[in-house]
Design a binder for this molecule. Structure first.
Ligand code: RNT
Ligand code: ZN
Length: 415
């Protein structure tokens, strides 16, 4: 019976010249970087009792968050068992797994050895981020652009060390680690000097990137933002700043879906950014009225992002990562929903008769373009996604939720 449903879907797509088996195969090869910080509300393990700062916020107090690296890894593993394909885990510096008392400017690859070992064993890759927030030295609201030389150099050192950790991950795991720099620096109210902090940020980045690392292990990325809580009027690392910096210095530009004006969409920026930047990092998120970091769902913008990547053949130069933190629901479910939604969006793009649509567009036949795009929404892509899950030996449909519930009862409720 099940097979019949897939065969039927396969035929429907074949009529449009689309090969569903190929789409399933291609989807299985797309790696998504799953952000570790959904597992514990961006708190990390390096500084016990430290609250989340930097103008970002996780709201809710759903029970069962991971309290140490072992718990977080168990949770990540549970989530991965419900998501088809092999992926990456995106770590932050505050997730160092060590008993040593070490500050951010003293971190070394060995503080992340357990992560590298685990990733190897699990067959997943790792990405990395310096943590330029939730620290006494970020309290002024400024890190890499600070006018205080002691503060600025502390963060420069932290970022330099972060790149070496990225290099270590890349070397150990045989796949490039993306090390992404995001800093919260900015002013609540209208500044007098917008230029000075940007000049200092550039200087800091130059100092950080001046160290040559082993080829092919680490990819540097920089992430912009429009505003944060407490930096409503001015953010030093704006989009224009980093777009210029990334292009000039041949590093990757990061686009976070929540870091622009509420009616501005990153799907419309991908093609432009990749014309001038070599590589792109995406922080796929779901902003609701502000940069709220809601769980990613299969909405129009997610579909548009996936369409851009697939239609433009841009996946090879794009690193797809998720970035959200919802503490009001089961955190493992939050990962699974976001990851599976991202995959569904990509699959729907892979199942599109793009050439037919492109031809209609070029011929000025916008009637066909609109009609076809609407018809595609009703095509049986869900049957193809079910087949993908079956082939990947992960639960089909909402069966994954029962697994999460069982884990919640057996493991999370004991925390
Ligand atoms: C903050 C940025 C940044 C963080 C993570 C935790 O607005 O989106 O990427 O969410 O580094
Ligand atoms: Zn982000």
């Amino acid at each position: 019976m099940k097979n019949e449903i897939y065969e039927n879907a396969r035929e429907r797509y074949a009529e449009l010249g689309v090969n569903t088996d190929k789409a399933i195969e291609r989807l299985g090869k797309i790696k998504i970087s799953m952000h570790c910080w959904q597992g514990d509300d961006v708190l990390g393990f390096l500084f016990a009792g430290q609250e989340l700062t930097g103008g970002i916020q996780a709201t809710g107090n759903y029970p069962g968050k991971a309290r140490n690296a072992a718990e977080l890894r168990a949770d990540l593993q549970k989530a991965f068992s419900l998501i088809g394909g092999k992926h990456k885990v995106n770590l932050h510096a505050i997730y160092a797994d060590t008993d040593e008392r070490v500050d951010l400017d003293g971190l070394e690859p060995r503080h992340f050895a357990s992560w590298a070992d685990w990733a190897k064993e699990q067959g997943v890759g790792l990405d990395f981020n310096p943590t330029c927030f939730s620290h006494p030295k970020s309290e002024s609201g400024f890190t890499l652009s600070s006018a205080d030389e002691g503060i600025r150099s502390f963060w420069v050192e932290h970022c330099r060390r972060s790149r070496r950790i990225g290099e270590y991950f890349g070397r150990e795991l045989g796949q490039k680690c993306v090390t992404n720099i995001w800093v919260p620096d900015g002013y609540k109210d209208i500044p007098v000097d917008r230029l000075g902090p940007r000049q200092r940020l550039e200087r800091s980045l130059d100092e950080i990137l001046s160290e040559k690392l082993e080829e092919g292990c680490n990819l540097d990325a920089v992430e912009s933002k429009l505003f944060g809580i407490g930096s409503e009027s001015y953010v030093v690392g704006s989009h224009e700043f980093y777009m210029g910096y990334a292009v000039k210095n041949h590093i990757a530009i990061a686009l976070d879906a929540g870091h622009f004006h509420p009616m501005e969409y990153i799907s419309n920026k991908i093609s432009s950014a990749l014309m001038f930047a070599d590589e792109l990092l995406l922080h796929v998120s779901r902003p609701i009225r502000w940069d709220s970091d809601h769980v990613v769902i299969l909405d129009d913008e997610l579909q548009e992002i996936a369409n851009e990547l697939v239609r433009g053949n841009l996946l090879a130069r794009t690193h797809v990562g998720l970035d959200y933190f919802d503490a009001s629901i089961n955190r493992i479910a939050a990962w699974v929903i976001g990851m599976r939604s991202m995959q569904k969006a990509l699959l729907r793009s892979l199942l599109e008769p793009t050439e037919t649509l492109r031809r209609a567009e070029l011929e000025g036949d916008y009637t066909t373009r609109l009609a076809m795009l609407e018809e595609m929404k009703g095509m049986p892509w869900q049957a193809v996604f079910d087949r993908f899950c079956e082939e990947q030996s992960v639960p089909v449909g909402s069966a994954w939720l029962e697994e999460v519930r069982r884990y919640e009862k057996d493991v999370l409720s004991e925390r």
